[in-house]
Design a protein around this ligand. Structure first.
Ligand code: LLP
Length: 426
């Protein structure tokens, strides 16, 4: 398997077995069961450090990509802030012990309760997304809300489209997120927040834009900076956040810019477009921090040769632990943990165990001819938006999550039990 798609410490031994974090992957599957998310902790830490090195202080890990207490702590320990986009993500980050001042609250529909909780905790930044939210902040502020005066950024849409799945495009004007620059909404939001600043309710510190996710090209970021620079430069604001979105390769043959190339291109474009040098320009990567650090292990349960059509390889998970193929038509590779570098010559469709035909893991893949029931199958690059979007569809318990490093295994999320499946029923 191409090393680019595997975690940094992945290695293949003389028997062909895949190892991650100093542990044999088939042994992890035997000890912890499947489906199983395995993260290379060294890889996660290195990605966080690379983000801080490229962007500087203030760069935030977008927790929606993958969040549990261990991940929140890891990103914080490695110097990142954390972007939380709901009261739930806020709760988990705080429960992990991350200081509120290192959190950035997002969301296009923050409730009074979410705003209050964030405010009372003293979150570092609130990214304001609508006039209704400004009304809420004003009401909360004028009612003498306890907690420090929040620092806020205005989320704007620069009117730049990116070539990615339409469900994850956000920079275009026709969007539920933010205020459009072109229409003057963004200016109006700045005016209203300026008035709230003078009233002592908030401190307006910057502008935020997020173009979309799984973006492979640098050019849209540069175009967005052109629009944002014209908007930001006269405002004399200290911060500009360009969101997340850096794409990662999922299948052989794909390639993406590095964290360093992304940051350098954005920072150069900012300076060329007249964003003052003192402005803190930073970003909010999610996928590019965690995607390649994680793999999913499945056990092959049935191999069905449907004569005249194709071979279906069914595994013990599927759309409940990885809904990305069914949601976005996303592609993945799959290979056998016991012979990671074997040539894959048998055309197969890898499918899950859920009750619908859309439950596909790899639509058109290849596996070695000696594939057998009971084999451990690995799908790489499942560290982002896999566990975080997992569900209990068909009452399939969600997998456990392991962090492995230097031969040590930490179970950071336990596998759901059958009893967990009924725990909310009253
Ligand atoms: N900042 C904001 C405001 C966002 O909305 C997002 C992602 C990010 C940062 C992080 O973007 P990233 O670096 O991860 O691309 N479920 C989809 C992805 C949805 C992304 C939502 N927002 C998927 O599986 O592809």
């Amino acid at each position: 398997m191409t090393r680019d798609l595997l975690p940094a410490t992945a290695a293949v031994d003389a028997d062909g077995e895949l190892w991650i974090g100093g542990r044999r992957v088939t042994s992890l599957a035997a000890e912890h069961g499947t489906p199983l998310f395995v993260y290379d902790e060294d890889h996660l830490r290195a990605r966080c450090r690379a983000a801080v090195a490229a962007w500087g202080d203030g760069v935030a890990y977008a927790t929606k990509a993958f969040l549990c207490k261990a991940m929140a702590r890891l990103a914080y320990e490695e110097g990142m802030c954390l972007d939380v986009s709901t009261g739930g993500e806020l709760h988990v980050a705080l429960a992990a012990g991350v200081p509120a001042g290192r959190l950035v609250l997002h969301g296009n529909n923050k409730s009074d309760a979410e705003l209050s909780a964030a405010w009372a905790a003293g979150v570092g930044r609130i990214v304001v997304d609508s006039f209704d939210e400004i009304d809420r902040i004003e009401r909360l502020g004028r009612s003498g809300h306890p907690g420090p005066r929040p620092k806020v950024l205005v989320r704007v849409t620069p009117g730049v489209e990116v070539h990615t799945h339409e469900f994850v495009r956000t920079g275009q004007d026709d969007s539920k997120f933010g205020f459009t620059v072109a229409s003057g909404m963004a200016t109006e939001a700045i005016t209203r927040l300026g008035a709230l600043e003078r009233a002592g309710v908030v401190e307006l510190v910057g502008v935020h834009a997020h173009l979309g996710s799984q973006v492979f090209a640098i050019a849209p970021f540069v175009r967005a900076v052109g629009v944002l620079a014209g908007f930001v430069a006269p405002l004399d604001l200290a911060e500009l956040v360009v969101g997340g979105g850096l794409g990662v390769p999922y299948v052989n043959g794909e390639s993406a810019p590095s964290m360093e190339e992304w940051a350098a291109a954005v920072l150069d474009a900012c300076h060329a477009a007249g964003v003052p040098l003192v402005t803190r320009v930073t970003a909010e990567p999610g996928r590019s921090i965690v995607a390649t650090a994680g793999v999913t292990l499945y056990t092959v349960g049935t191999v069905k040769d449907v004569h005249g059509h194709r071979t279906y390889v069914s595994v013990d998970g599927g759309m409940s632990d990885n809904p990305r193929p069914v949601l976005y038509g996303s592609g993945y590779e799959a290979f056998l943990a016991r012979e990671a570098d074997a040539s894959r010559t048998m055309p197969v469709r890898v499918v899950g165990k859920h009750c619908e035909s859309g439950d596909v893991v790899v639509a058109d893949g290849f596996l070695p001819d000696d594939l057998a029931v009971g084999d451990v199958l690995v799908t790489p690059v499942t560290g982002a938006y896999g566990h975080s979007m997992a569900s209990n569809y068909n009452k399939v318990p969600r997998p456990a999550v392991l962090f492995v490093s230097g031969g040590e295994v930490r179970e950071v999320v336990r596998r759901e039990s059958l009893d967990d499946l009924a725990r909310l029923d009253v």
